[in-house]
Ligand binder design. Structure first.
Ligand code: ZN
Length: 163
């Protein structure tokens, strides 16, 4: 991660992927009448869209973004954010706890990515902005952890309360 441009190119892909995956999850929960999981994923999608807009706005400060080829991206473990998500179809009867865990692991991976850049980038400007992004993801993680405390694993009656 050598330049601000490279950093923003990664952040745009990461946030776009997150927004799209959350929207897909919300749509599939809607088709199964799982209204609470749908709502949760819509909230997460909104966070990701906001973060994406902010990323695009801030990236303008870095000028034109480099047009990276897929193999030029440096994702942790060599895996793109797309691969971080569950590949299979989501379980339609997902409980609040399960839906929150899907969101939690996505936010933790995003946080880990930004935190790693904040620690390892040579350019101090890149380290600084990556730390800002890492802090925002840490807030998302903390928010989901709060929700998880309200919906412990034993919280089974949720899907049964669906119409
Ligand atoms: Zn996030």
């Amino acid at each position: 991660m050598k330049s601000l441009g490279e950093f923003f190119a990664h952040a745009v892909v990461l946030e776009e992927e997150a927004a799209e995956r959350y929207e897909q999850l919300a749509a599939s929960m809607a088709s199964y009448d799982n209204a609470i999981a749908q709502e949760l994923f819509l909230i997460m999608a909104k966070f990701a869209r906001m973060h994406l807009d902010e990323t695009v706005t801030r990236s303008r400060e870095a000028g034109e973004l480099p047009d990276l080829k897929p193999w030029q991206y440096e994702w942790p473990g060599g895996e793109s954010p797309e691969a971080w998500w569950l590949a299979e179809d989501p379980d339609y009867s997902m409980s609040p706890n399960e839906a929150l865990r899907v969101a939690l692991s996505a936010e933790q991976l995003a946080h880990a990515f930004y935190a790693q850049v904040a620690r390892t980038a040579i350019d101090p400007g890149v380290r600084k902005i990556a730390q800002t992004f890492a802090d925002e993801e840490a807030n998302h993680v903390a928010e989901i952890e709060r929700w998880l405390r309200r919906h412990p694993e034993a919280d089974e009656d949720w899907s049964e309360s669906q119409p």
